[in-house]
Write a protein that binds this ligand. Structure first.
Ligand SMILES: Nc1nc2c(ncn2[C@@H]2O[C@H](COP(=O)(O)OP(=O)(O)OP(=O)(O)O)[C@@H](O)[C@H]2O)c(=O)[nH]1
Ligand SMILES: [Mg+2]
Length: 282
């Protein structure tokens, strides 16, 4: 069992802030990483947002295994989410506007029937660190309204951002009050940079990445590191990658730390893509 003792103070504050803002919120937009649609989904949101309209966005669609994603979309649709998958970098975000309008249609027309004033839809964007919350907002605004970065914890405060006459969004810092006690979840979150590198031993993360690739994506693993075969033994696998990449220390020994860093960084920077680590059928 990995030992995780991590619950930064700002997580507590964020939770309090979300709760304070709850009464203003019409729609909850929950983001999960398409490569880990189970591990990056926060259970606590179910209870917290139980009476709200909900949209689930699978981000990083460009990096996931599309066949697996289809299964997850179906899974969450059966749980009554409106689900969309998005490539937030190159994809079209028009779909997002359509869905949010669609979800709000009933409420808006009810207000109109009652002769009430038009009001902007208020929506909150939530999800684990690094999932793409700020990127989504920037895409919707069409300019850099909020900061993004490829590490967890870039957004630290809660801000309302006006998208249009119809829509206002609340960006939130990434939150993690999930199933971190599940070892696989923690490893998945670490593999895709939702938790800081210091939380788990990096060699555990690299080994997990290699084992998972070996199981589900052997060809991607072979191609990435130029391997003819994948050794059964994990140490031999490290050795092979080390040799291919010239990770050697004096005396021709393999520099394992270097291999660990290469593997973790290849995943983090999307150099190994079309992968999904949470398997619907497992
Ligand atoms: N390839 C790809 N990269 C993405 C996508 N969405 C976001 N990213 C990248 O993921 C990283 C994190 O994005 P952010 O928008 O800062 O994530 P966040 O959820 O706001 O993170 P915190 O504020 O730390 O909680 C950035 O490097 C983005 O460029 C996507 O759909 N595809
Ligand atoms: Mg952010």
């Amino acid at each position: 069992m990995v030992d995780i003792n991590w619950y930064p103070g700002h997580m507590v504050k964020t939770k309090k802030k979300i709760k304070e803002n709850l009464k203003y919120i019409d729609v909850v937009v929950e983001l999960i990483d398409a490569r880990i649609p189970y591990s990056s989904k926060i259970n606590e949101f179910n209870e917290m947002f139980k009476n709200k309209k909900k949209i689930l966005v699978l981000t990083k669609y460009d990096l996931c295994d599309k066949k697996e994603t289809e299964k997850w979309i179906k899974h969450y649709e059966e749980k009554n989410y409106r689900v969309i998958s998005l490539d937030l970098i190159k994809g079209d975000v028009k779909k997002f506007f359509e869905i949010i309008e669609n979800v709000m249609e009933e409420t808006v027309s009810k207000r109109e029937d009652k002769g009430m004033l038009k009001k902007r839809t208020r929506s909150i964007i939530v999800g684990v660190p690094n999932v793409g919350k700020s990127t989504l907002i920037n895409r919707l605004v069409g300019k850099k309204a909020t900061r993004v970065g490829n590490k967890p914890g870039v957004t630290t405060s809660l801000d309302w951002i006006r998208i249009s006459d119809k829509l206002e969004l609340l960006d939130t810092p990434g939150v993690l009050w999930p199933k971190l006690t599940e070892e696989k979840v923690a490893l998945n979150l670490a593999s895709f940079s939702a938790i800081k590198e210091s939380v788990l031993p990096l060699d555990d993360v690299a080994t997990y990445i290699l084992e998972t690739l070996k199981t589900y994506y052997p060809n991607l693993l072979k191609n990435r590191y130029g391997l003819d075969i994948i050794p059964d033994d994990i140490v031999e696998l490290y050795d092979e990658i080390g040799k291919k990449r010239g990770c050697l220390i004096k005396g021709g020994e393999i520099d394992y730390d270097k291999v660990v860093n290469i593997v973790v960084n290849d995943l983090k920077s999307g150099l190994i893509s079309n992968i999904t680590f949470d398997r619907k059928d497992d």
